[in-house]
Design a protein around this ligand. Structure first.
Ligand SMILES: *Cc1c(COP(=O)(O)O)cnc(C)c1O
Length: 429
C-alpha cells in the first residue's frame, strides 16, 4: 500500500468534495503525474532540495543518549536542519514548483500554528509566486512569531473569522478560495490528508526523507529495528516510512499527541484514543475524533503541529492493517524528551518531534545493543521558546517579556516617519 488506488487506501481516502472542486483536483492529479515523469522537473526539484533546503539532512548517531539508556543505538534524522527549520519545506517547495509548471501564479495555503504557512511563504518567495495564507483569527493572535515570518517572506496572512476560528476553518476558507479561482491558483495543502490526490502528492514530496534514511542506514550497515515519527496529519511520518511500507521490516511506529490524558478533549489520539472513529471530513474518509453527531471534537496538545482531529487516510489504513503501530506520548513526556536530548546530545527537538523522541526513550532499553532505532526529528525547537521557557524557567521568561514591553513602549517614537518611508521604498523594490 505504498500509494493509493484511485485515491483510496483500502476504505480510506477518496475525494468527497463539492462539484466545483472536482475539476481542479482532476487537473492537479494529471499535472502531478506529468511532472513526476518529467526529468527536467525532477532535476530542478533535486537542485532546490540540495542548495536551498540543504539536503541531504544528516543521520546522527546519538551515542551519549544510547549509552545512558543502555539498549538499542538511537539515530536521529535531522530534518530540523532543513531551511525554515522543519520537514514542511519539502512539501511546500515540491507543490509550488508543481504549481509553476502548471502555469499557476497564485498560491494559497491554510495554516494552524503557522509552520506550514511559513514554509509555503518561503517557497513562494524563492520561486516568485504570489502567496496568500488563511489562518484562523485565534491562531493569528497566538502565533505572532510565525505570522511575522510569513509577512517577512512577503505573504498575505488572512485571518479567518468563521467557526472556531482555527485550523479547520482555515482549510474550509482555502477550499472556497480555490473553488472560486481554479485557473490562476494552486492550493498547497500542508499535510498528507485532504481529498485525493493530496495524500499521494504530499507523501511523494516528503518521501525524500525516507529515501535518504534508507541509503544512510545501508551505508552504515545498521540493523534497523524500528522507525519512529510523530503523527499530526501524517506528512513527516509517511514520507519517512514510505520506502519501507511494502517491506516486512523495520517496525514503523507512529506517535500521536497524548496531551494531558485519555479523556475526551484532552489529547489528539485519532488512532489510539477513546473518541476515535471512522468519518468523512474536509474531503476525505479517515479516522477522526468525533462526537456522537459526527462533529469534530476539540483536541489538545502542547505541540501545535499535532493538535488536529484528523489523520491522513494512508496512515489510517496502515494503522488498521497493522503495518504502522500507533502509540502516544503525553505533553510531559514530550517536554522531558526535549530536555533529555538537548542536555545530552546538544540537539533541540521541536515539541512535535519530541513525541517520537519520547517513544525512543521508552523503546531503546528494551532492545539489544546491536539494533538501531531511527527517530525522525521533524523540526527543531527554536520556535517553541514561548512554550518551553515558561515551563522550564517561568520567572526569567516573565521578566524578559515585561522588559521587552517596556523597551518597546519607551522607544515607540524612535522609528520616525522618515525611516518608515525608507523601509517602504526598499520593500517596494
Ligand atoms: C507540522 C509539524 C508536524 C506535524 O505534521 P505532520 O504532517 O504529521 O508531519 C510535526 N513536526 C513539526 C516540526 C511540524 O511543524
Amino acid at each position: 500500500m505504498s500509494e493509493s488506488e484511485n485515491g483510496f487506501f483500502n476504505e480510506f481516502g477518496g475525494k468527497y468534495v463539492a462539484e466545483v472542486l472536482r475539476r481542479p483536483l482532476d487537473e492537479l492529479e494529471k499535472g502531478f503525474k506529468e511532472a513526476m515523469n518529467d526529468p527536467s522537473f525532477l532535476l530542478e526539484l533535486e537542485e532546490i532540495q540540495r542548495d536551498y533546503i540543504g539536503r541531504e539532512t544528516p543521520l546522527y548517531y546519538a551515542k551519549t543518549v544510547s549509552d545512558i539508556l543502555g539498549g538499542a543505538q538511537i539515530y536521529i534524522k535531522l530534518e530540523g536542519l532543513a531551511n525554515t527549520g522543519a520537514h514542511k519545506i519539502n512539501n511546500a517547495i515540491g507543490q509550488c514548483l508543481l504549481a509553476k509548471r502548471m502555469g499557476k501564479k497564485r498560491i494559497i495555503a491554510e495554516t494552524g500554528a503557522g509552520q506550514h504557512g511559513v514554509a509555503t511563504a518561503a517557497a513562494c518567495a524563492k520561486l516568485g509566486l504570489d502567496c496568500t495564507v488563511y489562518q484562523g483569527e485565534v491562531d493569528v493572535r497566538r502565533q505572532q512569531p510565525n505570522v511575522a515570518a510569513m509577512e517577512m517572506y512577503g505573504a498575505r496572512v488572512l485571518p479567518v473569522t468563521s467557526g472556531s476560528r482555527t485550523l479547520k476553518d482555515a482549510v474550509n476558507e482555502a477550499m472556497r478560495d480555490w473553488a472560486a479561482h481554479p485557473d490562476t491558483t494552486h492550493y498547497v495543502l500542508g499535510s498528507a490528508l485532504g481529498p485525493a490526490p493530496f495524500p499521494d502528492i504530499v507523501r511523494e514530496f516528503q518521501s525524500v526523507i525516507g529515501k535518504e534514511v534508507k541509503r544512510q542506514a545501508a551505508e552504515r550497515n545498521l540493523d534497523v529495528e524500528a522507525l519512529i515519527a510523530c503523527v499530526g496529519g501524517g506528512s513527516n511520518s509517511i514520507g519517512f516510512f514510505s520506502p519501507f511500507i511494502d517491506e516486512k521490516s523495520p517496525r514503523l511506529i507512529g506517535v500521536e499527541a497524548g496531551g494531558i490524558g485519555p479523556g475526551i478533549g484532552e489529547n489528539a489520539s485519532r488512532m489510539t484514543g477513546n473518541a476515535s472513529r471512522d468519518g468523512i471530513m474536509q474531503g476525505y474518509k479517515s479516522r477522526f475524533l468525533l462526537d456522537d453527531d459526527g462533529q469534530a471534537l476539540p483536541t489538545r496538545s502542547i505541540s501545535a503541529g499535532l493538535d488536529y482531529c484528523g489523520i491522513g487516510p494512508q496512515l489510517a489504513a496502515l494503522g488498521k492493517s497493522g503495518r504502522i503501530e500507533f502509540t502516544s506520548a503525553l505533553d510531559d513526556e514530550a517536554l522531558e524528551a526535549v530536555r533529555f536530548f538537548a542536555r545530552n546530545e546538544g540537539i533541540l527537538f521541536a515539541l512535535e518531534s519530541a513525541h517520537a523522541g519520547a517513544e525512543a526513550i521508552r523503546l531503546a532499553p528494551k532492545l539489544p545493543k546491536n539494533k538501531a532505532i531511527i527517530v525522525n526529528m521533524s523540526g527543531r525547537g527554536d520556535k517553541d521558546v514561548f512554550i518551553t521557557s515558561p515551563v522550564f524557567r517561568p520567572k526569567a521568561w516573565l521578566d524578559f517579556l515585561h522588559s521587552e514591553i517596556e523597551r518597546l513602549e519607551e522607544k515607540k517614537d524612535i522609528h520616525d516617519a522618515k525611516s518608515m518611508r525608507r523601509h517602504d521604498k526598499i520593500t517596494s523594490m
